[in-house]
Ligand binder design. Sequence first.
Ligand code: NAD
Ligand code: ISE
Length: 338
Amino acid sequence: MTVRVGVIGAGWIGHEHIRRLTHTVTGARVVAVTDIDAARAEEAAAPVGARVYANGAELIAADDVDAVLVTSWGPTHAEHVLTAIAAGKPVFCEKPLATTAEDCLRIVEAETAHGRRLVQVGFMRRYDAGYRKMRQVIASGRIGEPLIVHCAHRNPTVPESYTSAMAALDTAVHEVDVLRWLLDDEIVSTQVLIPRATSKRFTHLKDPQIMLFETAKGVRIDLEVFVNCQYGYDIQCEAVGEEGLVRLPDPATVGVRTSGRHSTEVLTDWVSRFRDAFDTEFREWIAGLAAGAEPTGPSAWDGYAATVITAATVEALESGRVVATDLKPRPAFYGGAA
Ligand code: NAD
Ligand code: ISE
């Protein structure tokens, strides 16, 4: 069976995912596209023979759209996801699920009332081979109980429109999700330390930032977010346990020896760093839908948790205080721990 997908939002990542669904993932076809910028929608739809719709609601209602992919701006996600749930159609939503906890809870309530999982959130790191291996090692008990996790999330540069709050909302949100999943634990408090600022940034921006999270089991996590590090796109993660540690591998690359030097490449963007993870994420989503199964990836509840925890981190940044995350109790519908 071919899963016919309608895409809402034909920007950067919308284009990426349309290409992926068309050329990399088997069993999927992009049949519909919409964007508030009609020219962009046309440009994305034409090469794959998809139909252009005037808006998300019309696209979701189309008879030949089996599943919906939301890749529009964050503040528009909730409306599209809720419309898809009301239509009973599976919906993959790029992060964030919604920009407020209230909207995330509306989605959780709508999905729970529907009685079957429809929503998957685009936290692609759960599909990265290195993170998956780390999770297996931690779950196997080989390093003993995890105690501390050290992380870094570095981007070479960001545009002037990037704000200090986005370090949590847009960037650290990936660690927030993947750490909850890696540790099978919940983040209960958050704090932000502001080191000396890099001079290679826009003056409005606090960069780098050090985020400190505590989990329900007492694990302490330090995360450096440095979005103007200049040298590359660099993601680091090391979990220290009672009997050992496990570290995220750097992407495989050749070592080059020349002119008295040995060098290896550092990637420079998230598209290439997580290309395989994005591919696996969509292969598994489409295969599940084709088999008539409920999605097994990051859920609406995970999207809610990530939005609450990153909002608390912004509050911690602005207040200088340790902020409790105060998540609601997890509904039985979404299974066990994080
Ligand atoms: P973008 O600005 O390049 O594209 C967004 C597109 O959505 C634009 O073309 C815009 O016109 C369109 N749009 C806005 N509102 C709309 C609406 N109501 N209906 C239809 N189209 C609408 O942004 P982007 O970089 O592609 O990011 C899009 C989303 O993907 C964001 O939520 C972002 O956080 C997420 N994202 C995820 C990752 C990841 O690593 N998983 C990476 C980048 C972006
Ligand atoms: C971007 O939106 C992403 O999702 C990338 O994965 C992240 O590294 C970057 O910092 C964000 O701006």
